[in-house]
Design a protein around this ligand. Structure first.
Ligand code: CA
Ligand code: CA
Ligand code: CA
Length: 461
């Protein structure tokens, strides 16, 4: 712990000539962002509600009721329709990793861009995009400037802070110092206020990656990731707590002699933390899904592994209303050689309650609660003729599938984050090679709320 170095990278304010130059460059580039055609073919056909309603209206008596029932039940398996979708980026690689609906009803998306980087040609910056509720762009910004040419800064996770600004966790790579965890604070207009870089060992270009950040009740932040501390020979899962100004409060690492990686940490109702990732040190063989519970100071309370003899991994974790936990990830232990999406539900002590696999997808990167008590999961599927596709899975509270769908084009597309929106729809963020300005682009898809009708329909929706 003592050897943890906190490096504050000095960044020019938004009024410096360098920043001003970069901004005007961004303005030029902004015009390259285009609407994706709305006639993109949907992989899973969505029958229109009007069509079904018409069919129902044309029926009579008992046939009418049976028709309604049948339609309502089949609708339960229908995924929602795409309301709008957009890409952002330029000719090089651009990705979206996390989205939040903002207090003004819009959305803020964070990722990385090498198309517009100030440290190009090899560098990349955090890419912050703000859109209105209908998907129209409000602004886009480059943040997380690296200290040298070729620096790569990527935003992995974002949260809106009580002051209306944003906190972003990510990774800063520099050619001389390898990868380090990076935390960036921006104001409500996306202008960078400060950047902190947390390196475990500046003498050693080890890889330290911040994968997720979440707000804590004291106004600070909890970051999960992985890296190689000076005291161990292998990659460890780690957890890092800062106050609201990004000052490090504590740092802990977990794992054994193998590689252990953290992908998601959230504060729990008891003030502690739950962390999901993978462990190559413990469990049933190869990597296992790794679930860690700590108290409020990061001291281990329990750790559990899930999975079988092959590859298993947790990417996203939530505390459930019953005090337990649900983790989404991937597994190929259950139906080898199939690679599947893996959901694990535990009680508050980490004891397994159920686990389900879903062979419609190959990996899950995000799980979020939905207003009906169920869950929405985003990840990646593989579809013959369409390469990798965005994968969305909706389950009830017991992890039973309600619908799943894939989105994308003929090249590779992935979703890294999904959230239910206040209108009952969903916002999905990831990257696409199928659409946009070249290489990968940030891919944002809004799904409409499920068709909610009055009376009889709502009973079954
Ligand atoms: Ca395993
Ligand atoms: Ca595809
Ligand atoms: Ca691009």
């Amino acid at each position: 712990m003592k050897s943890l170095q906190v490096k504050t990278v000095s960044l020019g304010g938004q009024n410096t000539p360098k920043e001003a130059g970069r901004k005007s460059n961004m303005d030029d580039q902004t015009t390259r962002c285009r609407w994706v055609s709305k006639v993109l073919p949907a992989v899973v056909p969505n029958r229109g509600k009007d069509e079904r309603a018409k069919a129902g209206v044309s029926s009579l008596g008992a046939v009418f009721l049976i028709g309604l029932l049948a339609s309502a039940l089949s609708e339960a398996a229908q995924p929602p329709t795409v309301e709008w979708e957009r890409t952002f980026g330029g000719a090089s690689g651009d990705s979206g990793y996390c989205v939040r609906q903002t207090a003004d009803g819009g959305y803020v998306v964070v990722g990385g861009t090498s198309s517009f980087s100030s440290t190009a040609p090899l560098g990349a910056n955090v890419y912050l995009i703000k859109v209105e509720g209908d998907g129209h762009e409000q602004w886009q910004k480059l943040l997380g400037e690296g200290p040298e040419m070729g620096s790569i800064t990527t935003g992995r996770s974002i949260a809106q802070t009580p002051d209306g600004g944003y906190i972003i966790a990510g990774v800063l790579f520099t050619p001389h110092d390898g990868m380090n965890v990076c935390l960036i604070k921006a104001d409500t207009n996306g202008n960078q206020l400060w950047q902190q870089v947390y390196g475990l060992n500046p003498e050693d270009p080890s890889e330290e990656i911040g994968e997720s950040v979440d707000l804590t009740t004291d106004g600070g932040f909890i970051v999960a990731g992985h890296g190689t501390p000076p005291t161990t020979a292998s990659v460890q899962l780690y957890l890092l707590k800062t106050n609201s100004s990004g000052t490090l409060q504590w740092f802990r690492h977990f794992g054994g002699g193998g590689s252990d990686e953290g992908y998601c940490a959230r504060q729990t109702t008891d003030g502690g933390y739950i962390v999901a990732g993978l462990t190559g040190s413990y469990g049933a063989g190869n990597d296992d899904l790794y679930l860690i519970k700590t108290d409020s100071s990061g001291t281990l309370q329990w750790e559990k592994t899930f999975g079988g003899t092959l590859q298993d991994r947790g990417r996203s974790v939530l505390q459930t209303p019953d005090g337990g936990y649900i983790v989404a990830g991937m597994t190929n232990s259950f139906h080898w050689p199939d690679i599947e999406v893996y959901l694990v539900k535990t009680d508050s002590s980490g004891t397994l309650q159920w686990e389900h696999t879903f062979n419609g997808g190959r990996d899950a990167y995000c799980i979020q609660p939905t207003a009906d008590g169920g869950y929405i999961v985003a990840g990646m599927a593989y579809v013959i003729g369409r390469g990798e596709e965005v994968y969305l899975l909706k389950t009830d509270r017991d992890g039973m599938k309600q619908w799943e769908t894939t989105l994308g084009g003929v090249n590779d597309d992935q979703a890294y984050c999904v959230r239910q929106t206040t209108d009952g729809g969903f916002l999905v963020v990831g990257q696409t090679q199928s659409f946009g300005a070249g290489s990968t682009d940030v891919y944002i898809v809004k799904l409409a709320p499920r068709a909610m009708a009055t009376g009889f329909w709502t009973l079954y929706d």
